[in-house]
Design a protein around this ligand. Structure first.
Ligand code: 9WN
Length: 725
């Protein structure tokens, strides 16, 4: 793990330690001094990576306050911390409900049910998962009760969509979506119960919190609930705020998926949660989809219409797999528009909570525009679920940067990243820990690469020794081969997502034709290819395809590191010679340079293949060579005519991706290990800095490198060798 990440993980753990009360974790030291419902879910996910016992206790403590009807309260009050928050138990008066737990002080509303997801992660991350089984068995019926409560009490029409009845239940309190129903509520402020806001005492600037008008409505609703003695049927009849929210329902649907898997682990029938998964995902995909906005919106059960306000919550259904492929594509485009910060758009830190082009957008006010870590954390996973890997990577990159650069704040300015709200905020710390772990743990086989010597062992596989020869003449072979590679690209490579559909490719006739053409390479002389550009394109394409060919032929399922010495051992016979993937990369394209993990150059001084070397080395090739791993360049086809333009695009997109993190406050840059391995090709460290300055799009990042050229500290990011499947 890079040192900087390790340091910040320690800081994050310290925050969680300081906010630990002995039985659960406060969301923040002073602004939120009690236990909060969904915060505890996120916190448990962070802790699950290093402290299973406390992660379990966090969840157990929360569920000790579960109501007898299954509702899990938004806040469990700490009796020793009363007097610093509003509203507290004296205001909620939940004892009016027969369902409220005895001996516990809680609020009378709920929050998004992330808990099953957290419980599954606790099990997955535990060093000894079997020891977690008793907890799983004990918590499973309670999770089921919670979901059953939501479907039973909050889904009167049995549509699979549950309603929230207070903005605080959404977790995104003053989201612009709620403006519509809240402003419609014509309340008589004179008859509101008297109250004093406590939140404003803890924040630097009141304009970054919900307004007093909002608070009046929050209070009005709480007052209504207590007048109804928290009886859901009565509330439903009178409550002016009943909303089917995409965020809440997505989390419910995603949590149902976890419930299904937990049921499987503990040997319970998964039928009930399975039916919920289907019903809710389908209902989100249909009822909450706004055809004209390319977005999921909330549905107002009072007016029976969609609230046409697009916030980041509208992207969340991706996380539950609710959208169709087409909807996902449209969401993706929406996400990449200037409304929600296009990929690498200057001045944007991940996804702001609200459409930046709207009048009410506010880069600093709470849920009305700033960046929130938990929302982005969920969206990134949703994008990954649909294969939008590059965008997911770029969001996760920003999520890692924000706390390192600006602190572990509650939320962040969406234009310059400044941290707002409470510092030392627990879920920011917890999800940072989760992200770092995910970033590093994805690589299940990295131990293998550290010992470069492994590459000397393993078996040589010549991939083009088949009998069937191509029908095209040898003079047309290079052209036919390139055409065939382009067809594979068009059919099976997703260049935007950097992925290859190995399953489909494996049995396709296009792949069979390609294999036949490679047999023809045995009679081919690469010197027949004219011009440097043509040669560069030919060898890049051949390298990229030999890797795909070998992955398919060798039946690799997770990582090229499954095969010892993969790049050294997979080969094509070309004319009189045999070329491994390493020979093509380091021998030809890098002009016989030593691979980072090897003591030797690929070609010995008298090797006749030296005549194919391409000198000088164009460092941009490193962003075009696809090595079958997630961290390498997204696969594409290179054309002899346009190869330089394509290399330009490849370099630019790599330098502006998650493989380059700029941390001005720390005078550091974190860059892909590719730069370390091929430092020489870039012209040493100076060359790397110049290269980055040339290709970075963000002006501030560019200037930062220029201004700190001499004392800039460079650290290297770990390389993800998992398959780009
Ligand atoms: C009301 C604790 C909670 C979060 C919410 C966030 C904020 C409370 C408040 O703080 O809400 O629940 O007083 O503003 O909006 O998501 O759970 O961190």
């Amino acid at each position: 793990m890079s040192r900087i990440f390790a340091d910040y993980v320690e800081k994050a753990k310290k925050i969680l330690e300081d906010n630990w009360t002995g039985t659960s974790t406060k969301p923040s030291p002073s602004l939120y001094p009690h236990q909060w419902n969904w915060d505890s879910g996120f916190i448990a996910i962070g802790r699950s990576h290093y402290d299973t016992a406390r992660a379990i206790q966090e969840i157990e403590t929360l569920f000790e306050a579960q109501w007898s009807n299954g509702m899990l309260p938004q806040i469990v009050f700490n009796p020793e911390e009363l007097g610093h928050y509003f509203p507290e138990p004296d205001f909620w008066q939940t004892e009016r409900s027969p369902n409220a737990p005895k001996g516990k002080l809680t609020s009378g509303i709920t929050m998004p049910p992330v808990h099953a997801i957290a419980v599954e992660k606790i099990y997955q991350h535990a060093l000894r998962p079997r020891r977690v089984l008793p907890f799983l068995k004990e918590i499973y019926p309670k999770l089921l009760d919670l979901h059953a409560y939501l479907y039973g009490e909050r889904d009167p029409a049995k549509e699979g969509l549950v309603y929230i009845r207070h903005p605080w239940e959404s977790g995104i309190d003053n989201s612009p979506t709620w403006d519509v129903p809240l402003r419609r509520m014509n309340i008589d402020t004179a008859s509101l119960p008297h109250y004093t806001r406590m939140d404003l005492k803890h924040v630097a600037d009141p304009s970054m919190r919900p307004s007093d008008e909002d608070y009046d409505r929050y209070v009005y609703l709480v007052d209504l609930f207590r007048q109804c003695n928290y009886d859901e049927a009565t509330i439903r009849e009178t409550c002016p705020f009943l909303i089917q929210d995409p965020l809440f329902n997505t989390i419910l649907a995603r949590a149902n998926e976890s419930l299904v898997r937990i049921a499987g682990i503990i040997g319970e029938s998964p039928d009930v949660p399975k039916s919920w998964v289907k019903k809710t995902s389908k209902a989100i995909g249909t009822k909450l989809w706004h055809q004209d906005h390319d977005m999921f919106d909330a549905f107002d059960l009072v007016t029976h219409e969609l609230i046409e306000v697009d916030t980041a919550a509208g992207f969340l259904p991706l996380w539950a797999g609710a959208p169709s492929r087409d909807q996902a594509r449209r969401l993706y485009d929406h996400l990449n528009s200037s409304s929600f910060c296009a990929l690498h758009q200057g001045n944007c830190f991940t996804i702001p909570n609200y459409d930046t082009k709207k009048e009410e957008y506010d880069h600093a006010n709470y849920w009305r525009g700033p960046v929130w870590i938990n929302i982005n954390w969920m969206i990134a996973q949703g994008l990954r679920r649909y294969g939008y890997t590059l965008k997911a990577d770029s969001i996760q990159k920003d999520l890692l940067q924000l706390p390192i650069r600006f602190g572990f704040y509650e939320y962040f300015d969406s234009s310059d990243g400044s941290g707002y709200g409470s510092d030392n905020f627990s879920w920011t710390a917890a999800l940072f820990i989760d992200l770092v772990n995910e970033f590093y743990e994805q690589d299940t086989t990295s131990a293998g690469i550290r010992s470069g010597l492994k590459g000397f062992f393993g078996e040589e596989t010549v991939l083009n020794d088949g009998d069937e020869m191509p029908s095209c003449g040898i003079q047309n072979l290079a052209g036919e081969l390139m055409r065939s590679i382009r067809t594979l690209r068009d059919r099976f490579y997703n260049t935007e997502r950097g992925l290859v559909d190995y399953e489909q490719l494996k049995d396709s006739h296009e792949y069979r034709s390609y294999r036949v053409l490679t047999n023809g390479l045995r009679q081919f002389n690469p010197e027949m290819i004219m011009g440097r550009k043509g040669k560069i394109a030919f060898w890049i394409n051949l390298y990229n395809t030999i890797v795909v060919d070998a992955i398919v032929t060798l039946g690799i399922t997770a990582s090229v590191k499954e095969v010892p010495g993969f790049f050294r051992n997979v080969k094509y016979r070309i004319g009189k010679y045999v070329f491994s993937a390493d020979d093509i990369e380091h021998g030809i394209l890098r002009s016989n340079a030593r691979p980072f993990f090897s003591p030797l150059r690929p070609f010995s001084p008298r090797d006749p293949r030296k005549r194919f070397m391409l000198f000088p080395v164009d460092p941009r090739i490193h962003f075009a060579l696809v090595c079958g791993s997630r961290s390498c360049a997204p696969i594409d086809y290179y054309d002899g005519e346009t190869v330089y333009d394509q290399l330009e695009v490849a370099a630019k997109s790599f330098v502006n991706s998650s493989e380059v993190l700029i941390l001005p406050e720390l005078k550091k840059i974190l860059i892909s290990e590719i730069f370390r391995w091929y430092e020489k090709d870039f012209g040493g460290l100076r060359g790397i800095k110049d290269f980055l300055t040339d290709y970075l799009v963000d002006l501030r990042a560019k200037n930062f490198i220029r201004d700190n050229y001499r004392d800039l500290v460079i650290e290297y990011l770990h390389y993800d060798w998992n398959l780009n499947r």
